[in-house]
Design a protein around this ligand. Sequence first.
Ligand code: 0X9
Ligand code: ZN
Length: 307
Amino acid sequence: RLSTERYYSHEEITNYIDDLAARYPSRVLVKTVGWSYEKRELKTITITNGDGRANKKVIFMDGGFHAREWISPAAVLYVIDQLVERFEENADLLQDYDWVILPVVNADGYEHTQTGTYARIFRKTRQPYKYLGQTCYGADPNRNFDFHWNEEGASSNPCMDTFAGPNAFSEPETVVVRDLMHSLADRGIMYLTIHSYGNYLLYPWGWTSDLPETWQDLDDVARAGGDAIEKATGTVYQVGSSTNVLYIAAGASDDYAFYAGFNISITMELSGGGLTGFDPPASKIDEFVTETWIGIRAMAEKVIEKY
Ligand code: 0X9
Ligand code: ZN
C-alpha cells in the first residue's frame, strides 16, 4: 500500500503505478507518454471501473508542475490509491468517467529538489539557458503554454522563477501535457492541476481579470470542493478566478486546458508548511492528502452531476 508517512522519489512513484497496473490489469493502465529533458520517463495512469466501455468522459489530473511543491505528487498518489485500492467505495466516480493522471509533470525538477545541493526550493524544469554569460536552469512549466504566452505575470529572463521559456512549449514536459490535453479534449470534462501552497481553488482566467462565459459552472464545482473541505476539517479554501483571487499569470496549464475544450479547469493550491511553505514535514502528509481527497471527491461528484 501507499505510504503517506514520507515523500516518494520520482522512481518510487513510477514503480508504484506500475505495480498497481500489474495487480489490477482490468482497471489500471499505465502508459509512457513522453520523456523529460533529462530523459526521465513520464507515465500516465488511467483508472477505469473495468467494464470495458470505451470513450467515457474524462477527468484529467496532474501534479508536480513545480519542483518544490512535494505535497502535490503526494496528494495525487493518494487520489490514485483511493480510486484503485478503495474502488468499491468510489465506484460512483468511475461509472461514466475514466481518470487519466500524470503524477509528476516536472520529473527532473522534482528529482533535483530531492537530491541536489541547496535545491529544495527550486521551482522550474531543468533545461539550461544561457543569460549574460551564465547558465540558469529551467523554464516555469506553468508559464510555458501557448495561450497568451508571456503576456502577463511571466518573465523573459531565464534566471527568474517565472521564466516563460524562449518560446511557448520549449519544454518537453509541457509538450507532453499539451498533447495529452488535445488527445482527451473531446471527452475531457475536468482538468485538475495540483500545486501548493495557499489553500486556493482557482479557475480561468489567469491571463485576464475577465471571467469566462461559463464562470458560474466553474465556481459551482470549485465551491463544492471548498465547502466539503471546510465542513470536514475546517480548512478554508479561497475560491475564484486565478487573476482575481491570486494574481495575473498567463501561459499556465489551467487556462490552456479550458481553451482546449475542458468544461472545467481548476488549479488547487494545497496547504503549506515548513519554513518556506513548500516543505510541510512528512508528519503532515497524511492530514493534507486526506483533506485534499475530500475536496477532489466533492468536485468530481459535482462534475458528474452536471455533465
Ligand atoms: O503561479 C502559479 O503557477 C500557480 N501558483 S504557484 O504558487 N503554485 O506557483 C498559480 C497558477 C494559477 N493559474 C493561472 N494564473 N492561470
Ligand atoms: Zn505551483
